[in-house]
Design a protein around this ligand. Sequence first.
Ligand code: PGA
Length: 251
Amino acid sequence: MEKKYGNFTIIVKEDYDNASAVAADVITKFVKTNPAGVLGLATGSTPEGTYSKLAEANHAGKVDFSNITTFNLDEYHPISKTNDQSYDYFMRQKLFNHININPSNVHLPNGEADPHAECVAYEAKIEDAGGICLQLLGIGANGHIGFNEPDTHFPKKTHYCALDKSTIIANSRFFESADDVPKNALTMGIGTIFNAKEILLVVTGEGKADIIDKALFGKIDPQVPASILQLHPKVTLVMDKAAAAKISPKL
Ligand code: PGA
C-alpha cells in the first residue's frame, strides 16, 4: 500500500523484511541521483535490515557510496568507540565495514569528547557539509527521534541530553542491566533533523503502532517529539503492517 497523506508518502509492507527493502531502495535511489550527497543515519533495531540490504546492493555493484558523506543522529555519552554498545561500533558492524564508504566521510557525535564542545563542533560540521539531504529515522516507543526525548520544547541544535527512563529501560536489552546503560547522550536537535531536505522514517513492529498513530494524527507536541514531522515538507514513512495497524484504517 502506498498513499499520500499531507506531505507524507506512506508505504505499508507485509513485514519487516519487505519494509527494510523499501527503505533501502529509497536510500539507493537517493545515492544514485546524489552520488556526493549527505545522508543522515540512525541506529537501533529498526534500520538493521535496511543496512544489510544496502550492503548487499553495494556488493552487487548496484550502489556506490564512495563519495557519500554521512552524519549519525546520536551517540551515548560517555562511551568509547571500541565499546560494543557504542553507536560508532554499531555503525561499523552493521554498515560501514560492508560498503565502499570513505571512512573520512563518516561522522558520529564523539562519545569520548567534551560533550558541550562536541555538540557545537558536530552542528558546525553538518552545516559545513551543506546540511543533510536525506535523514533516516526510527521512532522510540516514547516518540523520540534521535535522543530528543519527550520535553516541554523542541530542542533546536545538537545537544547533550539526559536519556528518558523509558529509553534506558528500552535500551537495556543490549546491556547486562539497565544500570549499565549510559544516562546521557549527544544528539542532533529537532531543528537539525527538521532541516534535512527529506526524511525517511521507518517504523516496524506492533510495539510502535500506538506511538506512530499519535505522531501522525495527534497534536504537534514536544511530548511526542516525532509529531513535529507533521510540518516537514517531505517525509517518506515506511512501515510494516504491524506498526501500521492503527494508522491504516485512517488513511
Ligand atoms: P529501535 O529504536 O529501532 O531499536 O526500536 C528506535 C529509536 O529508539 O529511535
